[in-house]
Design a protein around this ligand. Structure first.
Ligand code: IPD
Ligand code: CA
Ligand code: CA
Length: 265
């Protein structure tokens, strides 16, 4: 497999998609809701996914595609090469803020991550890696992650999980929030994983994400020595929704053992 060619194509297509999104700021968006009134989708989410699918099908017709907006394949397994696409991660931010969103694209071979690209469109910052060859922010190499204690950590999580909720063991998250140096919430899983990869935050937790939310980010975080699992400490499931804990080495183990162990996630 010519991974170098796939990597070059993928980065080029992500750049082009970013230009389309920036151009859309001058146009009127069509905004609809999906599963609930706060679950937004725009014409751009759909157009960008279709743009990627057109490019991939033309260049690599034997590859499979999983995309959030449903224009890709229905996958029963991860055999072969699978592209995992979130055309706009952080759609609510895209609509309300015109920032704090990203394109997320991960390429897997038989379930193992090969290429991870996350593009912060507004800042023109592309985070990218081919597994085993280092990770980059545009042309600049990103240094490996170092260990960090909880009391010196900034942890990214969603504030709504602190509310009482049958599905979430919120009472286990409270001590973590108390003990950490600080918490942050950005509303985009892809950028929150990039912030772990670059050390801007030390850990990111989510109780429920889809494979396209974490597919690229997991490859980037792991390439830099971070650890990515679900909140039970298990390998992520790329075929269904799962919880997520991405963190610096050492910190990941400490959060699982000292805070999350007794929860049902
Ligand atoms: C969402 C964002 C958000 C996360 C949600 C995702 P979308 O993705 O990543 O931060 O908390 O679970 O669904 O819908 O904007 O692509
Ligand atoms: Ca998403
Ligand atoms: Ca999305």
């Amino acid at each position: 497999m010519n991974w170098e060619a796939i990597y070059t194509d993928a980065k080029q297509w992500v750049k082009e998609a970013g230009e389309r999104i920036r151009f859309s700021f001058q146009q009127t968006l069509t905004i609809r809701t999906k599963s609930n009134p706060n679950d937004l989708v725009t014409n751009m989410d759909q157009e960008i996914e279709q743009f990627f699918i057109g490019k991939i099908r033309e260049a690599y017709p034997e590859h499979k595609i999983m995309g959030e907006e449903g224009f890709g394949d229905q996958l029963a397994d991860l055999n072969g090469i699978v592209w995992m696409i979130d055309p706009i991660d952080g759609t609510m931010n895209f609509v309300h803020q015109q920032r704090n969103f990203a394109i997320s694209l991960g390429v897997y071979e038989n379930g193992s991550g090969k290429i991870g690209i996350i593009y912060d469109v507004v800042h023109d910052e592309m985070y990218h890696t081919v597994r085993g060859h280092g990770a980059y922010l545009n042309a600049q190499s990103i240094p490996p992650l170092k260990e960090r204690t909880i009391k010196e950590s900034i942890i990214a999580l969603n504030a709504t999980w602190l509310m009482e909720n049958k599905r979430i063991n919120h009472q286990l998250i409270l001590p973590l929030v108390r003990d950490a140096r600080g918490t942050r919430s950005y509303g985009t899983a892809a950028l929150e994983m990039v912030y772990v990869a670059t050390g801007r935050v030390d850990a990111y937790l989510s109780t429920r994400l889809s494979p396209w939310d974490f597919a690229a980010g997991a490859i980037l975080v792991e390439e830099l020595g971070g650890v990515v699992t679900n909140l039970r400490g298990e390998k992520l499931n790329l075929l269904s929704k799962d919880s997520l804990l991405a963190a610096k080495p050492g910190l990941h183990q400490a959060i699982l053992k000292d805070y999350l162990k007794s929860g049902k996630w």
